[in-house]
Ligand binder design. Structure first.
Ligand code: FNR
Length: 348
């Protein structure tokens, strides 16, 4: 099948186009409702600050990763190639977008495998949906020689899409089966709607050890799916979901048993630092990286990642913390709206 006439390829291009358009809009950010407490006499120097992190088998010098976006068309092959060059230069892990199209149409697989070609020794996450078969999940991992498998859970997006999935009961059992039988870490991730305590409890119960809460505040798939069609009958769901900050509060009780990762609306190094302070082991960025490679190019994107990490280290000094362990123990002050959520959900 010609890649650009395949509906899945077309959908991938539309997602990228709308995500880039969304980037110019001012999005709500709950990170502004979480405040660090400034310390005027730091006891650390810049050279003392080390934000390296560990989760499962992964030891990362920088607590950052390029999160799942794309693949499955000519344009998205190019984007994946550029993102992989950024990952190669900066050493951050990189996830590809949903690989279902390539599993069904092998001629689309090079739009994903280009990532392994350009990032030969790097940490790469494969990506599939929660309805994937065990065989499909294994093939996705093999296709990229992936170091981990992301399974995205995206019920609002499916329900808004007229052609989307309507069967969800099998997700739980399916995820459990894949986690048991795939021999790389399996990261269950949202796609920008956030995760509740109940969701995380379910994941924990079925043996999931890695969760990316991917909350509201950045790329908004409720809006994107509405933009993609004439009939915008579910446009009112555009503010559905839990913000990344709230999701990380919901995830607090699970930090001891699970590796919690954060993404969704990370725009500044300060947002990323707040994620670490709220218990995330690493912080993922999708749209920011897409904007960088598409609007500014690979060199600028590499510089952006380096500066981003450098500025995180500077902020660490302002809260008098030299590493992630200290960052998590520093005080945070929450705005009334967040406190109210915390109280009503009995999270405090
Ligand atoms: C995504 N995202 C995504 N996630 C996933 O697990 N599989 C996928 O195929 C895609 N596709 C996709 C396409 C595009 C263009 C974007 C921008 C995003 C969701 C992504 O991984 C992340 O969860 C959200 O985008 C929130 O993060 P940002 O964009 O606010 O940093």
């Amino acid at each position: 099948m010609n890649r650009e006439t395949d509906p899945r390829s077309r959908r991938k291009n539309e997602h990228v186009r709308h995500a880039l358009e969304q980037a110019s809009q001012t999005a709500f950010s709950d990170f502004d409702n979480v405040h660090f407490v400034h310390q005027s006499i730091p006891s650390v120097n810049m050279e003392d600050v080390d934000l390296s992190t560990r989760f499962g088998p992964f030891a990362l010098p920088r607590p950052l990763y390029i999160n799942a976006m794309t693949g499955g068309s000519e344009w998205t092959r190019e984007i994946n190639g550029k993102l992989a060059e950024v990952a190669q230069a900066t050493g951050v892990p990189m996830a590809v977008g949903s690989m279902h199209a390539a599993l069904k149409h092998p001629e689309l697989s090079d739009s994903f495998t280009i990532v392994r070609t350009r990032y030969p020794d790097g940490i790469i996450f494969a990506n599939v949906g929660a309805d994937i078969s065990l065989d499909g999940a294994k093939r996705a991992v093999d296709m990229l020689r992936a170091d981990a498998l992301q399974i995205h859970i995206n019920a609002p997006q499916e329900l808004i899409m007229p052609e989307g999935d309507r069967n969800f009961k099998s997700w739980r059992g399916n995820i459990e089966n894949i986690v048991r039988h795939v021999d790389v870490p399996v990261i269950i991730k949202e796609v920008g709607f956030g995760m509740s305590r109940e969701t995380l409890q379910t994941l924990k119960d079925i043996g999931v050890q890695y969760a990316d809460v991917s909350g509201k505040g950045g790329t908004n798939f409720a809006s994107i799916e509405n933009l993609r069609r004439e009939n915008k009958d579910m446009a009112y769901l555009s503010s559905w979901g839990l913000s990344t900050a709230i999701s990380l509060l919901e995830a607090q009780p699970f930090g001891g048993d699970m590796h919690i990762l954060a993404s969704g609306g990370i725009k500044t190094p300060l947002d990323a630092m707040k994620c670490l302070a709220l218990g995330a082991k690493a912080v993922g960025m999708s749209r920011l990286m897409l904007e960088q490679v598409e609007h500014h190019g690979v060199e600028a994107a590499i510089d952006h990642v380096e500066q981003f990490h450098h500025q995180m280290r500077k902020i660490s000094i302002l809260i008098d913390a030299k590493d992630i362990e200290e960052i998590t123990s520093r005080p945070l002050v929450l705005s009334p709206e967040v406190i109210s959520w915390q109280r009503q959900r009995a999270l405090d």
